[in-house]
Design a binder for this molecule. Structure first.
Ligand code: SF4
Ligand code: SF4
Length: 287
């Protein structure tokens, strides 16, 4: 894959939940965390053309051609059978798209949106593409008014952020847990790089939002509220979005986890407010 192509799992021309205002949201395939709570777990992996899903598609929308899995969009019924059974946590429906193709989508949506958000999976696992796309948008006379945001898990290195920051208007970052071991248990990795990313972005005015995903009985935000709030105060003027875990779509043990409701969120919000955190954004939705 060259820097002018991306493996895309989904594009939503108009979204109100992927950053401020109305935005086109582009979801890239592949992630470098393995969060148990992920509600799009089929966006984590990359298809290796094993063919497992092809025989099981109930609508014959999949085939193997030249050793590669081939998805026939016009036949697909979006039943998601292929997603459930993929051993790679991937999808045969991800498409390799060029920047030019994506720019066409953005141009059509441009009169109705304030910007674009590149999400995932983890957007920054395809960093050269994201940099090239944002650069092209900023250079286009008809698109340069659009803000270019990234929705990230924060795993990118500081060297990576240095490459992205000249062409990126802001980043929304999730901090899945405060304690290193809790974060490791939830995501498969520690959170030192993520905390460093959050601080680096905030110091440069690029942290659009810090996001906390509340999973009842599994998150440690309440237990670690003092340390967490000291960290947030150190970021300066930053909004904190509280997201509510829901089990819909997750795989494995997280299917049995309790969803977060308004009372859970309010308890966390009160704990943050009691420690001087005032810019709190409630969840856009509960399921
Ligand atoms: S999507 Fe998954 S099951 Fe289907 S061919 Fe690719 S790796 Fe195999
Ligand atoms: S979602 Fe997957 S399994 Fe279902 S019809 Fe489409 S390609 Fe086939």
């Amino acid at each position: 894959m060259n820097s002018r192509c991306a493996l895309v799992s989904k594009i939503i021309p108009f979204s109100c939940v992927d950053g401020p205002g109305s935005r086109l949201a582009l979801f890239l395939q592949g992630c470098n965390l393995r969060c148990k709570n992920c509600h799009n777990p089929w966006t984590m992996g990359r298809c290796n053309d094993c063919g497992e899903c092809v025989l099981h598609c109930p609508h014959d929308a999949l085939a193997i051609q030249g050793g590669r899995v081939y998805w026939q969009e016009e036949i697909c019924q979006q039943c998601d059978t292929c997603l459930q059974m993929c051993p790679q946590q991937a999808t045969p429906m991800a498409q390799l798209w060029s920047i030019e193709h994506i720019i066409q989508h953005i141009t059509r949506a441009a009169p109705f949106i304030e910007g674009i958000t590149v999400s995932g999976g983890e957007a920054t696992t395809q960093l050269p593409f994201v940099c090239a796309l944002f650069e092209q948008i900023h250079q286009s006379p008809t698109l340069r008014h659009l803000t270019c945001l990234v929705d990230s898990n924060g795993e990118l290195s500081i060297a990576g952020w240095e490459k992205l920051s000249p062409v990126c208007d802001g980043v929304m970052v999730d901090l899945k847990a405060w304690d290193e071991r809790t974060h490791q248990a939830l995501t498969g990795r520690g959170n030192q790089r993520i905390k460093a990313s959050i601080q680096w972005l905030a110091a440069r005015g690029l942290l659009t939002e810090l996001r906390l995903l509340l999973i009842p009985e599994h998150s440690d935000y309440l237990a670690e509220a003092d340390a967490l709030c000291t960290f947030i105060h150190g970021l300066g003027d930053v909004s904190v979005r509280l997201n509510a875990f829901h089990a819909h779509g997750v795989y494995g043990e997280a299917k049995t986890w309790r969803s977060a409701g308004p009372d859970d969120i309010e308890t966390l919000a009160q704990a943050l407010r009691a420690r001087g955190i005032t810019q709190i954004i409630p969840p856009a939705l509960y399921l």
